[in-house]
Ligand binder design. Structure first.
Ligand code: NAD
Length: 423
């Protein structure tokens, strides 16, 4: 089966991997060619110029995007990324993964993603605020609590969401809390949202260890990326008794063979902006982190971190995809042949969108849930999805990713079939 999309890039680009995953699921599910084309293409894409008046009064223009891959099951949902690597194909891939993720954990959402091709570290806070507000106003016609609900991703955070919510609200003349998730608590953010993706990562890591008959206290782990996802994943794994030996960020990596003191490392990162130089550990080459002899490797940074050229060096028994698309299709094949258990992104990092959904529900109800309620409902959803994926794998074989994709694609297609094709 071949897939027709507006653009199918070659090699290991995220979109090539996303389309290959869809092709493989479609083949297993024997989906007709027309339906596959429907799922391979985004429902709506918008590309916008984002001009910025800099603090020194010069003007720069950035490219911004919002892609709504699918909204057949409900409003589109997905993060906003501020990174120099952002381009339309990357956003398309990330939007498609959001569709499968939301379907897999059974949220009434479709998938979307957005981004601006900017390196936020090179601009002042006031400049980033102006970029955020202008980007929001450019995509205003396609977002909204029942249309498309943005959230934080790489390079954005709760402050970015506050500016997006404020821009949307001011332009409508009243406060609309449910237009974004991942907001500050003071503006209707949910308790437990900030750690939700990582909590989900930790939950499925412990489930995967259990499946392999390894107790947490007998396990070692390495975490690539120490941002919103990686930092709390490392902390929660350490709390569960796992020995977190090494972590990295874009500046370098650190290792402590007997386990890092993750709490102290977090303090170090808050003070210095990087894991590098942490006094309780030795420096490590960031690429060597991927090759460590550990039970669990959590890539929680960028797409394509584990690829055809470095996969032979991977020694971990379990890989838990904290990031979106960190293992390329070519690497996936090698890992599957070696019996490495790869917990796929659409399952492993779904905790963030699950609690985003809870935040949206709370905003719509104007009623706040307790942290206990949020965390126990998150746990239920994650473990239900884990059980569904492992049962599907037992039933029809393949990798966990293939099983997860079959469930997700089938659910989205089922919604399409029930709605019918207009006109
Ligand atoms: P972030 O910007 O908060 O953190 C990214 C981290 O990765 C930083 O520590 C950065 O220094 C590090 N990094 C960047 N390049 C690196 C490299 N080459 N090697 C090692 N480290 C590197 O972003 P985040 O929100 O933590 O997102 C990380 C990944 O998780 C992304 O793929 C994102 O799409 C995915 N994700 C995030 C969420 C969420 O709730 N934030 C939810 C689901 C998935």
């Amino acid at each position: 089966m071949t897939i027709t999309a507006p653009h199918v890039p070659a090699g290991n680009a995220p979109l090539a991997n996303a389309l290959e995953q869809l092709r493989s699921a479609a083949e297993a599910l024997e989906i007709d060619a027309g339906s596959v084309q429907l799922l391979a293409q985004a429902r709506r894409e918008i590309s916008v110029g984002v001009p910025l008046r800099r603090d020194d009064d010069t003007v720069e223009v950035f490219r911004g995007y919002r892609v709504q891959h699918n909204f057949t099951r409900g409003p589109a949902k997905g993060g906003v990324r501020f990174s120099p690597s952002v381009d339309l194909d990357e956003v398309r891939a990330l939007a498609m993964w959001m569709t499968w993720k939301c379907a897999l954990v059974d949220l009434p959402y479709g998938g979307a993603k957005g981004g601006v091709a900017i390196d936020p570290r090179r601009y002042s806070d006031a400049e980033i605020e102006r970029v955020t507000r202008r980007y929001t106003s450019e995509i205003l016609p396609v977002i909204g609590p029942d249309r498309d609900i943005p959230a934080p991703d790489v390079g954005t955070d709760e402050r970015t969401m506050a500016w997006m919510m404020d821009t949307f609200s001011v332009s409508h003349g009243f406060t609309v809390q449910s237009v974004v998730t991942g907001k500050p608590i003071a503006l209707g953010g949910s308790l437990g949202r900030a750690t939700s993706t990582s909590r989900g990562v930790a939950l499925v890591t412990l489930a995967a260890l259990d499946r392999r008959g390894i107790t947490p206290t007998a396990a070692t782990a390495a975490v690539q990326g120490f941002g919103k996802v990686g930092r709390h994943a490392a902390r929660l794994l350490a709390e569960a008794g796992v020995c977190v030996r090494a972590v990295s960020d874009q500046y370098g990596a650190v290792i402590a063979s007997n386990g890092l003191d993750v709490e102290s490392l977090c303090d170090h990162v808050d003070a210095h902006g990087t894991v590098v130089g942490f006094p309780g550990a030795d420096p490590l080459d960031a690429e060597d982190l991927l090759r460590l002899d550990v039970e669990v490797l959590v890539p929680a940074a960028v797409e394509g971190a584990i690829h055809a050229e470095n996969v032979e060096g991977i020694r971990a028994a379990i890989i838990v995809e904290g990031a979106n698309g960190p293992v390329t299709t070519a690497a996936d094949v090698v890992l599957a042949a070696r019996g490495v258990l790869v917990v796929p992104d659409i399952l492993a990092n779904a905790g963030g969108v699950i609690v985003s959904y809870f935040e949206w529900v709370q905003a719509k109800q104007t009623y706040r849930w307790s942290l206990d309620t949020v965390e126990s409902r998150l746990r239920d959803r994650m473990l239900t999805a884990w059980a569904a994926v492992t049962a599907e794998q037992t039933r029809r074989g393949g990798t966990l990713r293939e099983a997860a994709m079959r469930i997700a694609v089938e659910r989205v297609l089922d919604a399409h079939r029930n709605r019918g094709l207009y006109p």
